[in-house]
Design a protein around this ligand. Structure first.
Ligand code: ADP
Ligand code: MG
Length: 333
């Protein structure tokens, strides 16, 4: 882009000063990082590149008042979660930013949140784009996975166990409290809000599941909706034990909410960034070891079935009637 024109548009700090100040660092893995027309990455033989993009839009994914430190974390976390779901090792990412104006304090906090998570996973920021516009953060991640070892949606087999990582329902709990549709004690809200703002991408678990899990996906739109993607791609069905799903709750556990609300939060919540995956029964011990080695709780919540529907079971093992729907940007208000 034309630097002169943009420098005027962006005020005292120009586009390139901004990139130099907040987003340029020597890369660890990349052959060439920020500063040229392209970044350069070397790909090891026998490895495949796993690539994914996720966008965060103000007013849609976050409020204008969102803490920029958390936003920097979350923008990268939701992308790393996609790599985790594929069992890929994060290597590099691109950051495309539209900013209404240059606020150095905001950028400083945003980049702090971003770098902290990038450093944790040794993931290089190698390029991107910066423009003026309504606040919009788009990250593209690149990871590495040995050929034929990526965890995908289509591999679930009849008889597989179904597992989820970590804790479900917290992010949606915080959102509903924000919206005023649920109310919980302040301490529960604060904890849930932190889970919404600072999700933990389950990268280590994804890596540990290579060669073990038959199918995997990360939960961005709600457990049921995302599990349905596995079922559809694998042409199978599932039985899910709702009591096991409820047992994964963290903040909502002691919130005093009605069982129906808890079911809705955990089954159809969204924004959890946990992994749901399937593995054969004879790998239970190996899955427990993967959970231990990755320091990530894992809960077995059901079974893959031949009949194609998804059945929820109540605490007596009986089918539960429900109308839960997953989050859809074009259907959900
Ligand atoms: P071009 O004109 O080739 O599109 P730009 O002038 O947009 O390149 O960007 C200059 C350099 O800065 C490029 O290496 C680009 O990848 C990098 N870059 C631009 N915006 C960002 C950003 N938000 N974060 C990291 N790198 C960026
Ligand atoms: Mg160019």
């Amino acid at each position: 882009m034309l630097s002169g024109a943009l420098e005027v548009m962006l005020g005292f700090m120009g586009e390139f000063d901004l990139i130099e100040t907040f987003f340029k660092r020597p890369p660890r893995h990349a052959v060439l990082g920020v500063g040229d027309d392209c970044a350069l990455l070397a790909v090891k033989s026998g490895q495949q590149l796993a690539i994914s993009s996720d966008m965060l839009v103000e007013g849609r994914h976050f409020l204008s008042t969102a803490n920029p430190l958390h936003l920097g974390h979350k923008a990268l976390a939701v992308n790393l979660s996609d790599l985790a779901a594929c069992g890929a090792l994060p290597k590099a990412f691109l950051l495309s930013l539209a900013l209404p104006e240059v606020v150095p304090q905001w950028l400083s906090e945003f980049s702090k949140g971003l770098w902290a998570l990038a450093d944790l996973h040794q993931c290089d920021l190698v390029g991107g784009d910066t423009t003026r516009g309504p606040l919009n953060i788009c990250i593209t991640v690149l990871g590495e996975v040995p050929a034929q070892q990526a965890l995908l949606r289509h591999g679930a087999q009849v008889g597989d166990d179904i597992y989820v990582s970590g804790h479900l329902g917290d992010a949606r709990l915080a959102l509903e409290v924000f919206r005023g549709t649920l109310s919980v004690p302040q301490s529960v809200f604060e904890a849930a809000r932190l889970r919404m703002d600072k999700p933990t991408p389950r990268v280590e678990l994804g890596l540990a599941l290579r060669g073990l899990a038959h199918a995997a996906i990360d939960i961005s739109d709600g457990l049921l909706g995302d599990l349905q993607h596995i079922l559809k791609a694998s042409a199978v069905g599932a039985e899910v034990d709702t009591q096991q799903v409820l047992s994964t709750m963290a903040c909502a556990q002691n919130s005093g909410l009605h069982q129906d609300d808890l079911l809705r939060l955990t089954l159809a919540g969204g924004d959890d960034y946990e992994l749901v995956f399937t593995a054969p029964e004879n790998q239970r011990k190996a899955i427990a070891n993967a959970s231990l080695s990755s320091n990530t709780p894992v809960t077995r919540i059901g079974k893959i079935t031949a009949s194609p529907q998804l059945t929820l079971l109540d605490n007596e093992g009986q089918p539960l009637r429900h109308t839960f729907d997953s989050f859809d940007h074009f259907k959900t208000p």
